[in-house]
Design a protein. Structure first.
Length: 400
C-alpha cells in the first residue's frame, strides 16, 4: 500500500490549529465578541462518502482512473467581522483511501491533504466602495451547465453532491453606484487551487464588470484581457428576465477576437405548480470539434480528464471539447426534507451523453444523507463514455 501526504511545514501547523479551534467553537455554537466591536464565528461541515465507478478503459491503460474510494473531508468556515472589514477563512482537511483501476498494478493508496481553499479580506472604504482581496470562488451568471461569460473559470461542480469549487486568487474593487448598478475591476493574480487543463502555464487576467438589475430582469457585461503576447481581449455578457409567473429566460456568452470561437448559451426554466423546476439549455462552443478524438489522453503524463481520484471524467466537466450540447435539468423538493436533481447532457455532435441523479435527505437539523449516480454512454472516440461507464456515491454530511 502506498501513502501520499501533501502537508508542508509551518503552513500545516497553522491550518491544523485552525481546524482544532473550529471544533471548539462549533461545538459551543456561539459567536465570539472581539475587541473594537468585532465578532467571530465558525461553521463546521464534515463529509464522509464512498464511491465506485466502472471504467471503460482497460486496466492496462496509462490513464490514471480510480475504481473505488472512501474519503473524509473537514470544512470549517471562519468569519471575522468588524465595522469596516470582513475576513473569511476556509481551511480544508481531506483524507482518502483509494484503489486504482489504471495504470497497473492498481494498489490501494492512502492520501491526506491540508490546504487553504479560500481566504478573503473585504475592506469597506465607503458605504458604496469595497476593496476585496484573497482566494475565493468567484462565479456569476444564470446558467446551470457552465458559465461561458466568466473569463476566469467557467465550470461548476453541480454534477457532484459534495465537491467544492477550488479557490482562485483575486484582487477586486467594487463600486455599488445604486440599487440597480454595480461596477467591478477584477485582477486574477494567481491560479490558487485551480488547475486548468486548457492552459499550460498560468496567465494573469484582468476584467471590468458592470451589473444591472431591475424589476424582473438583470444583465451583466464583462470585458477581460489576458496577460500574454496575444493579449486576447474578450467581451462577455449575460442577461435574464421573467417571461411570466412561472417562466424565466436567460442567455450567456463570450466573444474573443476570433469571432468563430465565440461561446453562447441560451436557456430557460419553468416552475411547476407543485414546486418542481424544469430547465433547458443549449450551449455552442466555438473552439470545439465536431468530430475527431485529439482531446483523448494517451499517456499518464499528459493532461487527462481524470487527473486524480474522481474529479474530471464525470464528477464535473473540466472542459467541453465538442461544439454543440443540449442540457436538461429537473429539480424538486419534498416536504422540505428531500431534494432531488436529474441532469442530462447530450453531445449533439458525437451523440454521446451523460445522465446524473442527485438525492439529498435531511435526517435532522445536523445530518444529511446523499446519493449520487452517473451514467455515460458513447464510443471510444466520443466525449462522454470514453473513460468511464458510470459511478455511484453515497455519503453523510454533518453541519454544526
Amino acid at each position: 500500500m502506498n501513502t501520499v501526504v501533501n502537508i508542508h511545514g509551518n503552513y500545516a501547523v497553522w491550518l491544523g490549529l485552525l481546524l482544532w479551534y473550529s471544533f471548539v467553537l462549533a461545538a459551543q455554537g456561539q459567536t465570539l465578541t472581539l475587541p473594537r466591536n468585532g465578532t467571530a464565528r465558525v461553521d463546521l461541515r464534515a463529509i464522509g462518502y464512498a464511491r465506485y465507478q466502472e471504467p471503460e478503459v482497460p486496466s492496462a491503460s496509462p490513464i490514471p482512473i480510480v475504481r473505488t474510494q472512501t474519503a473524509l473531508e473537514l470544512r470549517p468556515d471562519f468569519l471575522v467581522v468588524y465595522p469596516y472589514a470582513r475576513l473569511t477563512v476556509k481551511p480544508r482537511f481531506w483524507a482518502a483511501r483509494s484503489k486504482a483501476h489504471s495504470p497497473p498494478p492498481g494498489e490501494w493508496e492512502s492520501e491526506t491533504d491540508l490546504f487553504l481553499n479560500e481566504a478573503v479580506l473585504r475592506l469597506s472604504l465607503r458605504d458604496d466602495l469595497f476593496l476585496i482581496g484573497g482566494r475565493e470562488n468567484l462565479q456569476w451568471g444564470p446558467s446551470l451547465l457552465l458559465s461561458p461569460s466568466n473569463p476566469f473559470i467557467a465550470e461548476n461542480v453541480r454534477e457532484d453532491a459534495f465537491a467544492e469549487m477550488p479557490g482562485i486568487d483575486y484582487v477586486r474593487a467594487v463600486w455599488v453606484a445604486s440599487y440597480s448598478v454595480t461596477a467591478s475591476l477584477i485582477a486574477n493574480i494567481g491560479e490558487g487551487r485551480h488547475d486548468s487543463l486548457m492552459e499550460e502555464d498560468f496567465r494573469r487576467r484582468y476584467a471590468a464588470k458592470l451589473d444591472l438589475t431591475g424589476a424582473g430582469r438583470y444583465a451583466g457585461f464583462i470585458g477581460s484581457l489576458r496577460e500574454d503576447a496575444l493579449r486576447r481581449p474578450t467581451l462577455g455578457a449575460y442577461a435574464g428576465a421573467n417571461a411570466g409567473e412561472a417562466v424565466v429566460l436567460y442567455a450567456e456568452g463570450q466573444c474573443p477576437p476570433e469571432l468563430d470561437e465565440f461561446q453562447a448559451l441560451a436557456g430557460g426554466s419553468y416552475t411547476f405548480w407543485g414546486g418542481g423546476m424544469l430547465s433547458v439549455e443549449f450551449f455552442h462552443n466555438g473552439p470545439g470539434m465536431r468530430s475527431g478524438n485529439d482531446f483523448i489522453p494517451q499517456a499518464a503524463e499528459e493532461p487527462t480528464m481524470a487527473p486524480d481520484a474522481f474529479q474530471g471524467s464525470f464528477a464535473y466537466p473540466r472542459a467541453f471539447f465538442r461544439k454543440n450540447y443540449l442540457y436538461l435539468q429537473y429539480h424538486d423538493t419534498w416536504r422540505d426534507l428531500t431534494e432531488g436533481t436529474l441532469r442530462f447532457t447530450q453531445g449533439l455532435d458525437d451523440g454521446s451523453h451523460r445522465l446524473t441523479g442527485i438525492v439529498r435527505h435531511a435526517l435532522n437539523d445536523y445530518f444529511t444523507a446523499f446519493l449520487t449516480g452517473h451514467i455515460e454512454r458513447g464510443s471510444a472516440n466520443d466525449e462522454f463514455g470514453r473513460l468511464v461507464r458510470g459511478s455511484v456515491a453515497i455519503g453523510l454530511e454533518a453541519v454544526y
